[in-house]
Design a protein around this ligand. Sequence first.
Ligand code: PMP
Length: 389
Amino acid sequence: ANETLDYESVHKKSAKRFTHKEYLLMGAGPTNITDRVLKALSMQCLNPISADMYEIMDQAKAMLQYVFQTKNRFTLIHQTSGNGGNEAILLNLLNRGDKVVIAIGGTWGEKVLDMAQRYELDVLPLRKPPGEVYSLKELEEAVKSHKARLLFVTHGESTGGTLQQLEGLAPVCHKYGCLLAVDAVVSIAVDPLFVDRWEIDAVNAGTQKAIGAPPGMCLLTFSPRAEKRMREQKKRPPYYLDLLPQGVYFDCFDGESRTYHYTFSANMLSAVREALAQICEEGLIPMWQRHKSNAEYFWKRLDEIGLTSFVEKRENRFHGVTCVNVPQGIDQMDFLRYVKQKFEIEITPGHGPTLNKAMRIGFLGDNSRPEIVDFVIEALKDGLQHFGK
Ligand code: PMP
């Protein structure tokens, strides 16, 4: 009766030592993290309701407000990845049957649409031809005609390679009683984002892109308007995604003493704090400029080796991830396998709008450097020669 399955019978091969190779991660994220962040991750665990933990949380939150360019008190970190952050925004700001406009630019917007449909929201999805972005007028028309309570927009689209302009959009939404929510999972710290100046109501950012931490957390901020909306919701969101108690845990609200919502990972939080500290030391403006200049340098060098960008109009291109057309006659997966084996560079294949058309090459965070652009170009050039182009 006390028999157990022995390990060898479950696992055909017994693993004596677990190892894997390290790659230069040049896809749409995760990106490589610095030794400093790696070290911060490998700390001893902490009691999630201890003064030590609260100190890390307070420090991370203050730096996050800087990165978001916001004074929003309701600025916090939640333990789920980018998609989970988008889902939390929807479920905390809307109830079943509420009207929402989703401006889709690729896979991420499609996923938000899927979430909205699962929760039976009244959705108006908008779509654009690949490489195109929305004008303020188009978004205003949609918000107005659908009488939307929320407009959901993706800032940087890592599957289509576009950057949606946001300046001026929130005041237009507010005219119609609509809030503006933004997926900045991949655009954070790459292209300018001014949460307060642009009056954005809800923003979700990823940890595993230019922020330079591992995946698994999402960075969130909510305007006073959005906080009010959340408090007035008729129905509470699902327990784990309920952001108000997580906001209490993050000491966002005056007079409410910190309480536990779920066990928050001190290790991940410590890594995020260290990654945010790197950004604060470099400064946001230099960081935005670095991503822009290295992306432009990459586009110039692509031109030299005869490769083209999937997004034709330069003004629509996102500076974090460039979608590069795969020349006719080359199998994308074979090409990427070759580059990975020979150069230990990981590039992500197309997805959504770029599926089977373009590969996605990201210069994010610490990997946004001219010498890395040159190395990637050398690998692409070698790949083209190998496949006879
Ligand atoms: N939105 C955008 C713009 C993204 O780039 C990603 C991740 N590539 C996501 C959402 C989803 O994030 P995650 O995979 O961390 O859930």
